[in-house]
Design a protein around this ligand. Structure first.
Ligand code: NAD
Length: 291
C-alpha cells in the first residue's frame, strides 16, 4: 500500500519504520522529527496525504489532530482511509471521522497500548472505532504494527476503550502503591506482600506485570530508578481525557476523578514530572496520614 504517516515522534517513528520494513511505500511528515529509515519525507501534511491508500496520524492531542485533519482530508483520494492512532478526546475523534466520511473517506480511530517498546517491537494493541469496511482496510497494517487489534464499535469507540482502560490503570496503580506503603508501615515484607496479592483477589496488571516496588516481581521501571516506561504526564493526559468524557456524558467516576487529581498534584506540584507513573510508590513512602 501507499501510506502517509503524520507525526513521527516517539511512537510514530518506529510504527512508520515497521510499515516500511514490511514492504509498504511509506511517506512521512512531521513538523520537527526526522523520517526514520525507509520512510520518504514529504514537504507538508497535505503532500504526505495526497494519492495514498491509507494516511495514519500519531499526534499529541485532539486540537492538533483537528488542525491536521482539516488540512489533509481535502487532499486525500476518495475511498482512502484516515487512521488516527493518537490518544485524543472522544469528541475530536468523532468530529474528525465525521469530516472524513463526509469527504468520501473511510475513518478509524485506533489508539494504542504498549508504549514505545511495543511500537518498536511491533507488538502494540490497537483499539479501533469505525465501520467494518474502514476497520478491514486498516487491519493488515495493525497486524504489522501490533499483535492485537480489537474492533470496539463505531467512530470514537477506540478512544472510549482506551480512556476507560487507562482510568482503571491509573486508579489501580495508585492503590497498589498505597498498599505497599501501608504494608511497609505494618512491618509486612514487600516480597511476601507480592507473593500473596499477585495470586489473590488483589492481583492486577500493576501488581503482577509492572510491580511498583523495586526488586519485586518481573523487571519494571521501578528497577530502573522509575525512568519511564509510561510517564506520569502521559497518565495524567489520559486521566484528564477520561474526566472530560465523563463530564460530557454525565458519568459518575469518583475514583477516576481522585486519580486525576493525585497525578495532577504529582506532576504539577511535586516531583513526578518525567518519572514513570509507578513512582507513586516512593511518593507515598514519604507521606503521612493527612498530608
Ligand atoms: P511525541 O510528542 O513524541 O510525538 C508527536 C509528534 O507529532 C512530534 O514529533 C511532533 O513534532 C509531531 N507533530 C505535532 N504537531 C504536528 C503537526 N501539526 N504536523 C505534523 N507533526 C506534528 O508523542 P508520542 O509519545 O509519539 O505520542 C503520540 C500519541 O500517542 C499521543 O497521542 C500519545 O498520547 C499516544 N501514546 C503514547 C504512548 C507512549 O508511551 N509514548 C503510548 C500510547 C499512546
Amino acid at each position: 500500500m501507499k501510506i502517509g504517516f503524520i507525526g513521527l515522534g516517539n511512537m510514530g517513528a518506529p510504527m512508520a519504520a515497521n510499515l516500511a520494513a514490511a514492504g509498504h511505500k511509506v511517506t512521512g511528515f512531521d513538523l520537527v522529527a526526522p523520517c526514520p529509515d525507509g520512510v520518504a519525507k514529504a514537504a507538508s501534511a497535505a503532500a504526505c496525504s495526497a494519492g495514498k491508500d491509507v494516511v495514519i496520524t500519531m499526534l499529541p492531542n485532539g486540537a492538533i489532530l483537528r488542525n491536521v485533519a482539516a488540512e489533509i482530508i481535502p487532499a486525500m483520494t476518495a475511498g482512502a482511509a484516515l487512521v488516527d492512532c493518537s490518544t485524543v478526546d472522544v469528541e475530536s475523534a468523532r468530529a474528525v471521522a465525521g469530516l472524513a466520511i463526509a469527504a468520501g473517506l473511510l475513518a478509524v480511530d485506533a489508539p494504542v497500548s504498549g508504549g514505545v517498546g511495543g511500537a518498536t517491537a511491533g507488538t502494540l494493541t490497537f483499539m479501533a472505532g469505525g465501520t467494518d469496511a474502514a476497520f478491514a482496510k486498516a487491519a493488515a497494517l495493525f497486524e504489522i504494527m501490533g499483535q492485537k487489534a480489537v474492533h470496539c464499535g463505531g467512530s470514537g469507540a477506540g478512544q472510549a476503550a482506551k480512556i476507560c482502560n487507562n482510568m482503571i490503570l491509573g486508579a489501580t496503580m495508585i492503590v497498589t502503591c498505597e498498599a505497599f506503603a501501608l504494608a511497609d508501615k505494618l512491618g509486612l515484607d514487600r516480597q511476601k506482600m507480592f507473593d500473596v496479592v499477585s495470586t489473590s483477589s488483589g492481583y492486577s496488571w500493576s501488581m503482577n506485570a509492572y510491580c511498583p516496588a523495586p526488586g519485586i516481581g518481573p523487571k519494571s521501571p521501578a528497577d530502573n530508578g522509575y525512568k519511564p516506561g509510561f510517564a506520569t504526564d502521559l497518565m495524567l493526559k489520559d486521566l484528564r481525557l477520561s474526566q472530560q468524557a465523563a463530564e460530557a456524558v454525565d458519568a459518575d467516576t469518583p475514583l477516576g476523578a481522585a486519580a486525576t487529581e493525585l497525578y495532577r498534584r504529582f506532576v504539577e506540584d511535586e516531583d513526578g514530572k518525567g518519572r514513570d507513573f509507578s513512582a507513586m510508590l516512593p511518593r507515598f513512602e514519604k507521606r503521612h496520614r493527612g498530608d
